[in-house]
Design a protein around this ligand. Structure first.
Ligand code: 3HC
Ligand code: NAI
Length: 699
């Protein structure tokens, strides 16, 4: 039974039990409505709504969106709750999110355990609160706070929710006992229902222009996203329309949003993130190893960020460097990073100090003897990595997991430098490692199943999105990135300027364009790694000639004030660099490329098709487990817009026949082997099959 109703003396108690997160599926909505009808008819004096399991209702059932909604709808359920003539108390534990919190807002009073969170995260799914949230929240906490809450979508801790006025009481101890006691108090004091719909919106400065200013700010902060703007429209309606009209406006906006392409993409990413850590073929009963103590080798760009990721999750870390100078520099950078976060008001000083205290430094390998997991983040050199793993093999305890953060190198070969290849795995974090959520878990030939299970679980524990990858040059993300970066270079030599290329891709929604990313990371990084390759491995010189020349001119990107762009030394503001155009033209001449105007459409197509074609190869080779894993990689590691669902989802929505046609045209036009359509893409397009068909046929 999803919903039950029982009496505790003068109180009616409605209990929802729909594991895992008490989502408001059809059966739950129907059950609550029936329980409310019963409570209406009986002689109970007040009603308490609570949930079994780990959380209060975490929202509507996301898998029901995009399909017709069976009645009773959530607004109907909420209206019945609000209309009840006896006080209704929502008793919140865990996370009351989305429709779950909207249901709580329809109750007359709300109490929550001190560990609970509330929130309206619909915006993260390309939606808007569609069951009264946009109309009730401004009445409760004012327009500005309501807009911030709903366009930000973040979870709000119970103590803060109390201060804002979103809830009425914070409970400690037993939630059920506390909630029943609260309801009894209301009965004893003769306090009746208190309906948010009857409240007026606090007068404040929010007039037409203030909404416009808010919309403009959102346009910058949430570039390309439709939902935040729609939320502002609905909140404005809360002021300009009577409550029921405002509700109707919100509902029609919600339905329109739930049928939008952006919402379909964001829902796909929601499920992709949750699917990714599930490893096909792994025994579900496997016992993961326990990880209580971590060590990181190398306190450079990545090592410091990786150490912070563990400390942020409360896991002690030992950071090892070659010498005291390097260690001090690494620890100082970590300290500076925490100070910046504190300065932005995102972390309290105490919390920052607690986290930092979890990171200790050493230059002595003997200090790693008790580590359960060691992550190597030294220079990208096979020789150096082999040396480090050889040393780890000597000092680490039996059963310790030995991981490499290598970007490209062969994890089989690294594992072979130890006597325990079963314990070796790739853990590829992304820069900045304390911020980026992607974690590629690279399974080498002999990596033990329990090691894979352990690091997948650990990845989730530190707030990452772990995605399994097989061994190949660049794994999933960087292997695809090489194709994308090649197109940026080729478009440039063929006629486009850096500003046009980056402009096209940022308008598509990429966090940054490929050339601006190059300048940020430093053009010398790619240069150095190319130097280690043979001419054949480097490929077509037109795809790196400009970059190499810039490096040889000392233009390494932001750190030297010039790369593909010029950077203001104080503000870091970017501007076009006319010298670069001269370099581009000279390289074009050198390689006999006659420059032409490239359309924005061609630039976009070539970049996206390069990603997609490689994505299909990666899938077919089994380097990625499923198409949605590739999407999770691109969204969480490479700034691909989540509201476009990732490259494979984007390809599916375009239609595989169209994608195939486009790639085949590029192949016919250029004759380049890399444009040969991936066999899997060709097969699916020819057979008129979708990626979902392919996934289903592999199950
Ligand atoms: N609908 C359907 N399934 C859901 C769900 C939802 N709202 N929320 C979570 N699930 C599923 C997950 O897919 C996962 O399934 P799986 O085990 O088969 O992979 C399972 O529940 C557990 O989820 P998590 O792994 O995410 O569990 P956590 O404990 O890490 O997190 C949570 C719990 C914080 C509740 C997180 O799941 C979450 O943020 N859920 C989404 C909340 C949300 O966005 N709600 C708004 C929905 S839109 C809405 O309500 C519209 C309304 O305004 C009309
Ligand atoms: P980095 O050069 O910033 O840091 C490497 C650190 O390792 C240096 O501080 C160095 O002193 C230290 N080191 C070198 N040899 C050592 C040894 N034998 N023992 C202990 N410490 C040693 O390099 P970065 O950028 O942090 O890269 C590290 C690894 O992470 C590389 O394999 C790289 O490919 C990978 N990576 C880098 C990313 C990036 O964006 N920088 C992203 C993802 C992975």
């Amino acid at each position: 039974m999803l919903v039950s109703y029982h009496r505790v003396n003068e109180l009616g108690v409605i209990t929802i039990d729909n594991p895992p997160v008490n989502a408001l599926s059809y059966g739950v909505r129907k059950g609550i409505l029936e329980a409310i009808t019963t409570a209406h008819a009986d002689d109970s004096k007040a009603v308490v709504i609570l949930c079994e399991g780990r959380t209060f209702i975490a929202g509507s059932d996301i898998s029901e969106f995009g399909k017709p909604i069976a009645e009773p709808s959530l607004p109907q359920v909420n209206a019945a709750i609000e209309a009840l003539a006896k006080p209704v108390v929502a008793a919140i534990h865990g996370t009351a999110l989305g429709g779950g919190f909207e249901l709580a807002l329809s109750c007359h009073y709300r109490c929550a355990l001190e560990s609970a969170f509330v929130g309206l995260p619909e915006v993260t799914l390309g939606l808007l609160p569609g069951a009264g949230g946009t109309q009730r929240v401004p009445r409760l906490i004012g327009v500005q706070a309501a807009l911030d809450m709903m366009t930000g979508g973040q979870k709000i801790a119970a103590s803060k929710a109390l201060k804002l006025g979103l809830i009425d009481r914070v409970l400690s101890g037993s939630m059920k006992d506390g909630a029943l006691a609260y309801a009894r108090e209301l009965v004893a004091s003769g306090t009746g229902p208190r309906r948010i719909r009857d409240m007026s919106i606090a007068p404040e400065s929010f007039a037409g222009e203030a909404f416009d200013a808010y919309r403009n700010r959102l346009n910058q902060r949430k570039r390309g996203q439709e939902s935040p703007q729609k939320i502002v429209d609905c909140v404005e309606a809360a002021i300009t329309m009577p409550f029921d009209e405002g509700l109707a406006y919100e509902r029609s906006s919600f339905i329109e949003r739930s049928q939008s392409e952006q919402s379909a993409a964001l829902r796909h990413i929601f499920f992709a993130e949750r699917q990714a850590p599930k490893v096909l073929g792994l025994d579900k009963n496997i016992t993961p190893r326990s990880i209580d103590q971590v060590a990181v080798i190398g306190a450079g760009t990545m090592g410091g960020g990786i150490a912070m990721s563990f400390a942020n999750a409360g896991i002690p870390v030992t950071l090892l460097e070659l010498n005291q100078g390097g260690l001090d520099a690494g620890l100082a950078l970590i300290s500076q990073n925490y100070s910046v976060t504190v300065g932005k008001g995102k972390l309290s000083e105490e919390e920052a100090a607690t986290r930092q205290a979890l990171i200790s430094g050493t230059t002595d390998y003997a200090a790693l003897a008790s580590a359960d997991l060691v992550i190597e983040a030294v220079f990208e050199s096979m020789d150096v990595k082999k040396q480090v793993f050889g040393r780890l093999d000597e000092v680490c305890k039996a059963g310790a997991i030995l991981a490499s953060n290598t970007s490209y190198l062969d994890v089989y070969e690294i594992a072979a430098a130890t006597t325990r290849p079963l314990d070796v795995v790739g853990l590829h974090f992304f820069s900045p490692a304390n911020v980026m959520r992607l974690l590629e878990v690279v399974r080498a030939e002999q990596t033990a199943d329990d090691v894979v299970a352990t690091v997948m679980r650990l990845g989730k524990r530190i707030g990452k999105v772990p995605v399994l990858a097989g061994v190949c040059f660049g794994f999933i993300g960087n292997r695809m990135l090489r194709q994308y970066a090649r197109e940026a270079q080729l478009c440039m030599i063929e006629g486009a300027e850096p500003g046009q290329i980056d402009g096209v891709l940022t308008r598509f929604g990429m966090a940054m364009g490929p050339l601006a990313v190059g300048d940020l990371a430093g053009l010398d990084i790619g240069y150095k790694s190319r130097q280690a390759l043979t001419a054949e491995q480097r490929g077509d010189p037109r795809s790196y000639a400009i970059a190499d020349t810039l490096v040889e001119m000392g233009r390494l990107g932001q750190k030297t004030g010039a790369g593909y762009y010029r950077y203001d030394s104080h503000t870091r503001a970017r501007s076009a660099n006319p010298d670069v155009l001269a370099v581009i033209k000279a390289e074009a001449e050198k390689y006999g490329v006659s420059r032409r105007a490239l359309s924005d459409e061609e630039i976009l197509n070539r970049h996206l098709m390069a990603l997609i074609n490689e994505g299909f190869r990666i899938l077919e080779e089994g380097i990625a487990q499923r198409p949605s894993d590739i999407d999770a990689v691109y969204v969480h590691g490479y700034g691909f817009p989540a509201y476009r669902g990732g490259p494979m989802f984007y390809a599916s929505r375009l239609g595989l026949d169209k994608v195939y046609g486009c790639i085949d045209d590029l192949y016919k036009r250029t004759g380049e082997a890399y444009w040969k359509p991936a066999p899997l893409l060709a097969k699916l397009a020819e057979n008129n099959q979708s990626l979902e068909d392919w996934v289903a046929s592999n199950d």
